[in-house]
Write a protein that binds this ligand. Sequence first.
Ligand code: IMP
Ligand code: MG
Length: 200
Amino acid sequence: MEMERIAESGKTRHPLSSAGGRCGGVGRILLDESIIHTRLDGLAGQICSDYAGLDLTVVTILKGGLMFAADLLRRLDMPVHLDFLSVSSYQGTSSTGDVLFHHTRLPHVNGRHVLLLDDILDSGCSLHAILHTLRQKTHPLSIKTCVLLRKDVPRRHQITADYVGFDIPNEFVVGYGLDYKEHFRNLPYIGVYKEPVRRP
Ligand code: IMP
Ligand code: MG
């Protein structure tokens, strides 16, 4: 059903969509702003009802999860603590599999329920490493995962995500926090990345 909605989504271009210059541009829009925001309303409602009366800390994975977190958190009608982690495993358009933690300080989540927010579940290496580290080094009451996008690819780790915004095909996407070499994060929608045309 989500895939049908993706196919129906807008075809209009945003002026920022070719901002990458030599880094290419956005080939087509996969999820426009209104589709994203409607889905966030649904996710927020589900999270509020699942965590009603519990001490929740939302830990956002930077930088990709930034837009998702900002828009989702404003929809959570409940008390939450916020924290952040910064990791990377990507170079260009593929995962290296090595997950680097940029901040060694881990969130203070002792005795709290943790919801990890990430932009996209691809190989699963990032979430696997983060779950492993948080479980070993902190003492939360529970940890669940929430991703805006889940790519249709074989995963290197058995991770499904507890909350998923959209299931998407195996294409490299940019916008709404997601980047190609740091470009396109500020697009308000999600589009498929298009390589630059190479001139001889
Ligand atoms: P994983 O560790 O392979 O699951 O990938 C997780 C991270 O890789 C995501 O949080 C993104 O930062 C990045 N990533 C994976 N797929 C894409 C994509 O299609 N576009 C942009 N970034 C991506
Ligand atoms: Mg990320």
